[in-house]
Design a binder for this molecule. Structure first.
Ligand code: BGC
Length: 428
């Protein structure tokens, strides 16, 4: 075909497309920045994309790779400084308040949706307060993750002669020793700072209990940060680290999860987004894999709530798209399918109270049960490693000290505890 004919063919082909494409453009377009880029995470977020596109909006995918979201946050900050923030972005916890204080978030666009859909009644007050600024919703909460999980391949356990999931730190070490002796990687772990701190916070919770965790990681109490319990937690952390994957330095969490799924490793300490990889691999909870709270943390729940904030955009189509996303996100359909793919549990109270009815699996049902119970007994605490407990500056201080401590063969736990307290003070 000569160039003129080719162009004519392209134009006539294009004229066949516009109906849906033009309708989408006419309705509005929203860019969504997020860090859901592993196979399982992508499968989960694609559900939202498809629903929003079905409603005639254009979804501009602003995915930024990097577990835990640090890279996405850097990108977002430079976009905001350049005066070009996206319409919607994945931001969490206290950071939402900081972003809202800059005046860049939109406190109006979600007002009608929140009222019509009765968000105040649907959501726990703790959850709603996290995503409100000055009484207005500036974000829609998406799901609830728990970070203090241990993921187990039971087939590997069997081959290593281990007959049950460890319930204490000593049982954990005993199982890890058996796995090592049988030639398996005891603990799949990617040595990125956020992953080191995800393990650290589970160990702190195990050693110090929910109350001690709160004092140290949420209240940032100096005595709790430097006291004997923290020194013990750091000592245990060092021991846990001796069992981690020797090839895990700088490795992504999902590639480490794959080692447990493929039977190369026995365990992984990771939040329940790890389940998204098991689900993608078509594995069944309770049969092909086991999820148990990290040893010693069965009565506590470190929560991590994903949410999508709305930035001011000054464009009616984009506002309509932002509202459509928010409406979809809190709908029962989406809550069910997203959390099933993602490994989390819904944010809606009505669904949390009746998980079986919505077809959630054993891990999700246990998670919802614990979430509701721990909310009453003080065991429900915000995750430090996943931006729910502190500012990003304080979180950065934790990350630096913890990762340096894990990687320094000569590090002393009492000294690390002092460094931790000092670094946090400087970051406040
Ligand atoms: C987010 C999860 C995400 C995980 C790994 C966490 O901070 O809350 O949604 O799956 O990081 O990237």
């Amino acid at each position: 075909m000569n160039p003129t004919l080719r162009l004519a063919a392209a134009i006539s082909l294009a004229s066949l497309l516009p109906l849906s494409a033009q309708a989408a453009e006419a309705k509005g377009s929203v860019e969504v920045v997020h860090w859901w880029t592993s196979g399982g995470e992508k499968a989960a977020v694609d559900v939202l994309k498809a629903q929003v596109e079905k409603d005639g909006f254009t979804w501009k995918d602003g995915a930024v790779a990097g577990g835990g979201g640090a890279t996405a946050m850097t990108v977002l900050k430079s976009r905001a400084v350049a005066g070009n923030p996206p319409g919607v972005a994945q931001i969490k916890g206290p950071d939402i308040q900081d972003w809202a204080a800059t005046g860049l978030l939109d406190g109006d666009v979600l007002k009608d949706v929140a009222k019509e859909e009765k968000w105040d009644a649907l959501l726990d007050k703790k959850v709603a307060d996290t995503v409100k600024y000055d009484g207005d919703y500036v974000a829609v909460p998406v799901n609830i993750h728990r970070t203090n999980w241990l993921w187990i391949n039971p087939e590997v356990f069997k081959k290593a002669g281990i007959d049950k999931a460890p319930a204490t730190l000593d049982e954990f070490y005993a199982a890890a020793d058996k796995l090592k002796a049988a030639g398996f990687i005891p603990l799949a772990h990617g040595g990125q700072p956020w992953q080191d701190s995800t393990v650290f916070e589970s160990v702190v919770l195990s050693v110090m209990g929910a109350e001690g965790y709160k004092k140290a990681m949420v209240d940032l109490d100096n005595a709790a940060l430097t006291g004997p319990d923290m020194v013990k937690a750091l000592t245990e952390l060092k021991k846990v680290a001796t069992y981690t994957d020797p090839d895990g330095k700088g490795q992504d969490w999902n590639l480490e999860a794959a080692k447990v799924i493929n039977g190369k490793a026995g365990m992984q300490i990771m939040g329940d987004w790890a389940k998204s990889e098991w689900t993608l691999a078509k594995k069944t909870a309770g049969k092909d894999y086991q999820c148990v709270p990290f040893p010693g943390t069965e009565n506590a729940f470190l929560y991590n709530i994903d949410s999508l904030v709305v930035f001011k955009q000054n464009n009616a189509g984009t506002s309509a798209g932002q509202q459509d996303i928010a409406r979809k996100v809190l709908g029962q359909d989406f809550q069910k399918v997203f959390s099933s793919n993602k490994g989390s549990i819904p944010v809606r109270n009505d669904m949390l109270a009746d998980m079986g009815k919505y077809g959630f699996d054993a891990c999700a049902q246990a998670s919802a049960r614990d979430f509701l119970a721990d909310a009453k007994n003080g065991g429900l605490q915000p995750s430090m490693a996943h931006n729910m407990a502190t500012t990003l500056a304080v979180q950065g201080a934790f990350f630096d000290v913890v990762t340096n401590y894990i990687n320094d063969p000569k590090a002393d736990p009492a000294d690390a505890a002092k460094k931790l307290a000092a670094a946090i003070k400087a970051a406040q």
